[in-house]
Design a protein around this ligand. Structure first.
Ligand SMILES: [Zn+2]
Length: 802
């Protein structure tokens, strides 16, 4: 018969001391002497006085604190063992086997109603021995529990709506290799993930990492949820562990887009010691909380009185037409984002139901509140603090009573909802944002509306309002005609007049069908605004349907990214995007099916690139990297170059006189595509190694064969530069898992110029230099082992401690 010697109910003195120490560290429960989380000698948890220690966190702020606090992993010792003793491979072993584990004594039992005891908290019954600070916290926990309770009672529960994603797959030491293998296959083409984690609070100790929930999102209606049970992993030497590792390798890679509600690093850093993944491989994590905050604020501008109060009305309302087209690029400068007129600020007087948060931080919105405000549904957070390490999969238990089974099923539901809910928000934000930009702005009055309905082409998913304006319609031949899809930032607006008032237009000629979507401010990836982020937009029904129809895709994007982001980072985004597109649209697999136009010149500087020289260098570097990427990823470069002298007065858009050059270049590509029979021939031309002569042929074949001698000169110059660089190249072997950032840090420390360094390929890092002297210097100073595993550990360690 277990007792509770340390924290017996009859020891108020203990209560007090533990209270003072347990805040804000949540204490989930009193320690158990019995080893099993399902000890049959439980008292009713709600009646235990110590449950006053609950601290319930709804906002991500406290969640972040929790996860930061749990960086020490009490449960995973240096030998990699875990509480539950994975080394014990007998599945029929009684769950009592880990009786002796010391941390186990502090662990809690799964609870169905952990809030119950908090609901009665009132100032009148506050324990008198508490300090003021403790009282406040004591009451605060009660208020939060009551708020949750009230929300649940009065609001329909969150459900993943009509979508059934099936049962989650639990990954732990008893998951069969067959299931692991089929999971690997099932997600091999998926590159979009929503991740959440659960940790278990331990009294006076860092919390224990318990679960990683990963929703592998094929599309809005198709996904697989994986639950990795961290404390029940197989031993590192087993084949099962290798499979789980392989799964994680695929998920946490540079080809993935990983989303979390809150900061990914905060969420996952307590889990890195599991050795399941390497966070440095994750290049573009998306903080959905930030997305949502921006989304909400843009749609809920401060009310008039509030704006007046802030005296933020400046006379900037009369922008000229050109700027109006691209004003988004301006607003999007990341460093300046905080100055956004829609941002939260402390003295905001807007109603709370309209703008609930008043301080300027994107980490304010709790997931629960975001769901309530967006879908009017309630995400029950009562189970936040729970015995998450207990093993949620039935296979981890010898026997479960009906009661415990119910608890565990609720916990699984909670864990799964914690990824399904943000995903639902994500697709909602995406759809709404995309609607806003893909919908025709009502510039045309009804009288001017062009005829369309019967002649327009059906779009796969009917829930968009794109107004198609086909110029020549030939329905019978449309099926045979190749469809070209041009996806562009505002530069593409010069391709068709219609694009000045709408984002998409379609046209059919005798040779081809063309869809052009031009979105002002479009970037490869935008971490703040999904509707300007191509890697997200391709998942919207509209863009996705265009991609499905496309025989070939032309991408005229870059300027908005390259003005704000280093070329080496932008190029990774391009790589990520192409991977995403090809996974979902396999007809775009071949080299000639995707053409990317190098970034045009741009003289509109930013905080990140404050001089035209630095900006131009970044663009040039990007264009060179694009050539290397072309070779590895097998796409085409449609070499239309726009120089500084061809820019309009705003120094970012292309001067009217050069519009024809862009148009001619793109349509020339279409014509060549049609005239040249696909794969064999084209590949033999394009896949040739890059020697100078080939390049000449290539650029003359690809670009414009026109009078644009300036353009040709530029092309030749760029190619020369690139080959020049290749001549002064040194290489170093590099082990996997190096991030580009870390590589740069190392090169910096040796004072080696990394400007022309592409990301490593097949275990080799190629460093390119403008002069032989630079190359020699680098060769002398850079050890052969500079990028081996030892150094990786060394630098990763340094990074994380700096
Ligand atoms: Zn306001």
């Amino acid at each position: 018969m277990p007792s509770y010697p340390q924290y017996s109910a009859s020891s108020p003195q203990q209560d007090q001391s533990s209270l003072s120490l347990s805040f804000p560290q949540p204490m989930t429960s009193y320690p158990l002497l019995s080893s099993s989380p399902f000890s049959s000698n439980q008292r009713s948890s709600s009646s235990h006085p110590l449950h006053v220690h609950h601290h319930h966190s709804y906002s991500s702020d406290s969640r972040q604190q929790d996860s930061q606090r749990s960086v020490l992993l009490p449960s995973i010792n240096s030998a990699g063992s875990s509480i539950t003793g994975w080394h014990d491979n007998s599945r029929h072993e009684s769950p009592h086997r880990h009786q002796s584990s010391s941390s186990d004594r502090y662990r809690s039992r799964p609870k169905l109603r952990p809030h119950q005891h908090l609901l009665d908290r009132k100032p009148e019954n506050c324990p008198p021995q508490l300090t003021d600070k403790q009282k406040k916290k004591w009451l605060n926990a009660g208020q939060k529990a009551n708020a949750n309770h009230e929300l649940i009672a009065n609001t329909p529960p969150f459900s993943a709506s009509d979508v059934d994603y099936g049962k989650p797959i639990h990954l732990h030491r008893y998951t069969s290799p067959d299931i692991l293998k089929s999971s690997i296959t099932a997600i091999s083409d998926i590159h979009l993930f929503m991740i959440d984690t659960e940790s278990e609070s331990v009294y006076r100790q860092p919390s224990i990492p318990a679960l990683i929930q990963i929703q592998c999102i094929e599309n809005e209606h198709k996904a697989v949820v994986l639950i990795i049970e961290i404390q029940h992993l197989p031993h590192h030497s087993t084949i099962e562990f290798k499979f789980i590792h392989q799964l994680c390798d695929h998920i946490f890679s540079k080809h993935s887009t990983i989303m979390t509600w809150g900061n990914l690093m905060n969420e996952l850093s307590p889990f890195t010691s599991t050795r399941l993944f390497d966070l440095s491989n994750v290049t573009n994590p998306i903080n959905l909380q930030t997305f949502f905050t921006n989304f909400w604020n843009q749609r809920h501008p401060h009310i008039l009185q509030c704006s007046h109060q802030k005296q933020e009305i400046n006379a900037s309302s009369n922008r000229d037409a050109l700027e109006l087209i691209c004003h988004v690029t301006e607003m999007n400068v990341e460093d300046e984002y905080v100055d956004d007129k829609h941002a939260d600020y402390v003295s905001c007087i807007c109603p709370k139901e309209y703008r609930p948060y008043k301080s300027n931080s994107s980490s304010n919105w709790s997931l629960q509140k975001a769901l309530k405000f967006t879908f009017n549904c309630a995400l029950d957070k009562e189970l936040t603090q729970n015995a998450w390490t207990c093993g949620l999969d039935k296979a981890l238990h010898h026997h479960l009573t009906a009661e415990k089974q119910v608890i565990i099923e609720n916990m699984i539901k909670y864990a799964v909802n914690d990824v399904l809910a943000p995903t639902k928000l994500y697709f909602y934000i995406l759809r709404k944002s995309a609607e806003a930009i893909l919908t025709v702005q009502s510039v045309l009055g009804p009288s001017q509306a062009l005829p369309s309905p019967s002649s327009s082409f059906p779009i796969a998913n009917g829930n968009n309002t794109i107004n198609e304006l086909p110029l020549v319609i030939n329905d019978s031949s449309q099926h045979q005609l190749p469809t070209f899809f041009v996806l562009s930032d505002s530069h593409g607006k010069c391709l068709n007049k219609q694009l000045l008032s709408q984002t998409t237009t379609e046209m059919t000629t005798t040779n081809h069908h063309v869809i052009i979507t031009a979105v002002s401010g479009l970037k490869w990836i935008d971490n703040y605004e999904p509707h300007l982020s191509l890697v997200h937009l391709i998942h919207t029904p509209t863009i996705s349907s265009f991609l499905s129809r496309a025989t070939a895709l032309v991408l005229l994007i870059g300027t908005n990214s390259i003005r704000l982001t280093k070329s080496t980072d932008v190029i990774q985004q391009v790589e990520q995007l192409i991977t995403h597109i090809r996974n979902n649209h396999q007809q775009l697999e071949d080299e000639q099916n995707i053409a990317i136009i190098p970034s045009f010149s741009c003289a509109k500087t930013t905080q990140k690139f404050p001089t035209t020289t630095s900006l131009e260098q970044n663009i040039e570097s990007y264009n060179n990297l694009l050539i290397s990427l072309e070779q590895t990823m097998k796409f085409s470069i449609l070499d239309i170059r726009i120089g500084q002298h061809e820019l309009a007065n705003d120094r970012i858009h292309v001067h009217h006189d050069a519009h024809d050059k862009i148009k001619a270049g793109i349509f020339d590509y279409f014509n060549r595509f049609i005239s040249v029979p696909p794969p064999p021939e084209i590949q033999s031309v394009i896949a040739e190694p890059h020697d100078q002569q080939q390049d000449h042929q290539k650029s003359s074949k690809r670009g414009l064969r026109s009078k644009e001698s300036e353009n040709k000169r530029n092309q030749a110059r760029h190619q020369r530069q690139y080959h020049h660089l290749l001549q002064h190249q040194i290489s170093r072997a590099i082990c996997p898992s190096w991030s580009m950032t870390l590589i740069k840090t190392v090169l910096d420390s040796y004072n080696v110029n990394y400007y022309h360094t592409p990301f490593p390929l097949q275990g080799q890092l190629h460093l390119r230099f403008k002069t032989q002297a630079e190359a020699d210097h680098a060769n002398n100073i850079l050890p052969i082992t500079a990028f081996d595993e030892n150094n990786l550990r060394h630098w990763t360690h340094n990074e994380s401690h700096s």
